[in-house]
Design a protein around this ligand. Sequence first.
Ligand SMILES: O=C(O)CCC(=O)C(=O)O
Ligand SMILES: [Fe+2]
Length: 299
Amino acid sequence: MLKENLDRIRQYAGDPMNSGPALALSRHLFGNNAGMKQNVYGNLELWNSRRNGPFAEQVGTHPVAQAIDQVGYVKAPWSYPAELIDRMQERFAQNIAIDNVVTQRNRDGGLLNIAARDVLHSMPEVREFLNDELRSVLRSYFGSFVRVYKPDFWRNFHIPEADLVERERYSERWHNDSGKTSILSILILMSDVSEENGPTWCISRPTTRALMKHEYKSRDLTPLENIAEGRAEVIKFVGRRGDAWLLNTRRTLHRAGIPAPGKQRDLLGLKFTPAAGDSDVWDEIPRPEEKQLVWHRYP
Ligand SMILES: O=C(O)CCC(=O)C(=O)O
Ligand SMILES: [Fe+2]
């Protein structure tokens, strides 16, 4: 008992920002479950880029950027052309054919998930998703140019009940992603998605904050149902292929929906952080300093 407590104290003392008490305090202070370091570093990075970045005077002027800050997510007011989605689907099929994907199966060998990760080279058309409209939202959000990284394309299938209870299979449990809160994501539908295809579920930033007090326990201890019941709506990202949502997955509780038996759902995700310098960059590194503070010196 004494030893256990001593071990715990040593652990906190060695890395206090990563301790249980720090997580509890950060939930109270920041209204999400991303972590103390993640919030402190993320806020500092955003503060720096918004204040000193080359587009500082545009910060907060774009209604889409405002909505991401206030609501936590927003449907993009543009859609990507079907022809671009078709080319991405061809690339995904090629990646599957040469086994350049990560596959998860259930106990009976049935498919749960297929993911093509870091597709910058295997799906070069991914660069076309950073269009002028997205660029102007990002400049107003960050005040700077952006690093785009971790472009992933994944396909989810139904999860049988028995596989569901044992452990999490893809991201079907309510969570905030870890990593700095300065990271912004875009999720783009690569197939038509209705309720039965298992859309992403998302809870707004203010409601996420409210749920941190009581209802939300942890990723593994919170039921899959609508935990915002009676407080607010759970938004489901249903739409046509090419539709997209911008969201801060550190500040909004979200989860993958589960496709009905025999149904599936395809999604492309990209992540953005502020970049120094005078152009947007596509980063080759899968997870650039996701949990570290990067203090850019802007010109
Ligand atoms: O697949 C989904 O709908 C959600 C995935 C997710 O939680 C994430 O990318 O952070
Ligand atoms: Fe997530």
